[in-house]
Design a protein. Structure first.
Length: 161
């Protein structure tokens, strides 16, 4: 499980920074999607580029989870880094960060799900591409087609049998 850090003594000076694993295809896919929502309101850097700037966060922890680090020194880890990043979205604000802070069950579910996905990134990258396509800037709802196909097959089987 990743370790949560509340603060850093070495925050970015201008705008929040999302620090992620630049060698992870799954991470790259979803960071590209987040950039579409947050625009230039967040700086996105790989931990390989910037981990040494944050002397109070061990390198091994950057390898385990993404971090959103704000100019005031606040650090959001793992799923909350993603949830908090959406606060910088122009389009709409999702309630997930508030839920993460207010509901312990949601927090535990998010943390354990994130940890499971992090340990199986290769599989979840393939699943992401299967469900949404290869281009994160132009994703398609292929998953919906798969669900509809399965429902159609089940209906045909139900009628035939």
């Amino acid at each position: 499980m990743f370790t949560k850090f509340n603060r850093t003594n070495y925050p970015p000076t201008e705008k929040p920074m999302m620090v992620w694993d630049g060698e992870c295809g799954f991470c790259k896919y979803w960071v590209t999607r987040w950039k579409m929502y947050t625009g230039d309101r967040i700086t996105y850097k790989t931990y390989q580029e910037v981990a040494s700037q944050f002397k109070d966060i061990p390198l091994k922890e950057f390898k385990k989870a993404s971090r959103l680090i704000e100019p005031n020194g606040s650090v959001y880890s793992g799923p909350d880094s993603a949830y908090r990043s959406f606060a910088y979205s122009e389009e709409k604000h999702w309630p997930w960060h508030d839920w993460y802070e207010r509901f312990p069950v949601f927090t535990k579910l998010s943390d354990h799900s994130y940890n499971f996905i992090a340990k199986h990134r290769s599989f979840f990258y393939k699943l992401t591409v299967f469900c949404f396509g290869k281009d994160p800037k132009n994703s398609r709802p292929y998953w919906l087609y798969y669900v509809l196909l399965i429902l159609a097959i089940l209906c045909v089987l139900w009628i035939v049998l």
